[in-house]
Design a protein around this ligand. Structure first.
Ligand code: ACO
Ligand code: LMR
Length: 274
């Protein structure tokens, strides 16, 4: 008989072969009829399931409030400079995206991991802070360059309010807020930042929405999708910055030389003999 060639790829999230495109088995017509929105589309394509309304709303909120934070942050500056060097939208966008990482915008996955490990090990907030300090590690999801207790980040307040009012449980958020109490007692700027707040709330969502088993929650958290939330959200802003620079017809940027402190080794020191 015929031997079927084994497939080189397996794919399980979308199918365009039939008369209607499907996202995780849901027809595109149904996607629109149900009014599931972008949060619903993300739950189908990222988690292969429909999530309760408060979860899809939360995902949309996360995208909306990470969409931009002004032109001065690392990623927006990269996008603006690239755009002004005459590069196209995609080059400008990825140049901004490449700054997302441990320090800027990409602390979500590590925050989720570190906070939930500490919580699961039964560490008190203070013990967690001390353990991190002893191992010389910054706590991911804590700290901000300009936001502080006295200059609070409204985005974080919006997330907290929504979660406290809509999630069935918010153990990890409560734990992170206890950690914030310890860190801000040391320094005003060591707040639970937007990355950290979103991350711990996503842990609460995965663990306690009833939509995932404990094992699935653990697996999803290990896939690194949380930084994808910030990346997707901030792409909206970076694209906006590119369009803005085009609209402004901004020319090639050269940074003022007097803003650099340039230190040159003298030839003598380089050679080490003269
Ligand atoms: N955990 C513990 N201590 C910290 C942390 C932290 N997360 N962040 C800063 N500190 C301490 C520093 O060790 C330093 O202590 P010292 O004065 O005794 O030397 C002091 O606070 C100031 O540190 P800076 O590096 O000057 O802080 P800065 O304001 O430049 O950094 C930043 C802000 C980059 C966000 C930093 O707090 C950090 O790396 N946090 C962890 C990563 C993170 O969550 N990033 C996401 C930020 S939100 C966003 O980008 C959308
Ligand atoms: C952001 O959302 O980009 C920030 O919180 C980082 C910043 O320094 O403003």
């Amino acid at each position: 008989g015929m031997v079927r060639k084994p497939a080189a790829f397996i794919s399980t999230i979308s199918d365009e072969r039939g008369s209607e495109l499907m996202y995780s088995g849901v027809k595109i017509s149904e996607v629109f009829e149900s009014g599931m929105g972008i949060g619903g589309v993300i739950s189908l394509l990222w988690f292969k399931r429909r999530l309760p309304d408060y979860c899809t709303k939360f995902i949309e909120m996360a995208l909306m409030l990470t969409a931009d934070h002004g032109p001065a942050v690392s990623g927006a500056m990269n996008t603006i400079i690239t755009s002004r060097a005459g590069k196209d939208l995609i080059s400008s966008l990825v140049s901004g995206l490449l700054t997302i990482g441990d320090r800027f915008g990409g602390a979500l996955d590590d925050a989720a991991k570190e906070f939930s490990n500490a919580f699961d090990r039964g560490l008190t907030a203070r013990e967690y802070v001390d353990v991190m300090r002893r191992s010389n590690k910054l706590i991911p999801g804590i700290g901000h360059k300009i936001k502080s207790v006295s200059n609070p980040d409204y985005r974080v307040q919006v997330v907290k309010d929504f979660v406290l009012n809509n999630f069935p449980s918010h153990k990890m958020l409560d734990y992170a807020l206890a950690v914030e109490k310890v860190t801000t007692a040391k320094k005003d700027t060591l707040i639970l930042n937007v990355d950290g707040c979103l991350a711990v709330c996503f842990v609460d969502l995965l663990r306690d929405s009833g939509a995932f088993t404990m094992e699935e929650a653990r697996d999803y958290l290990s896939y690194g999708f949380l930084n994808g939330i910030f990346t997707l959200g901030r792409s909206i802003g970076f694209i906006g910055h590119h369009i803005d620079q085009r609209r402004l017809k901004a020319g090639l940027y050269r940074h003022p030389a007097d803003d650099f402190h340039i230190e040159m080794a003298t030839p003598a020191r380089v050679m080490g003999t003269l």
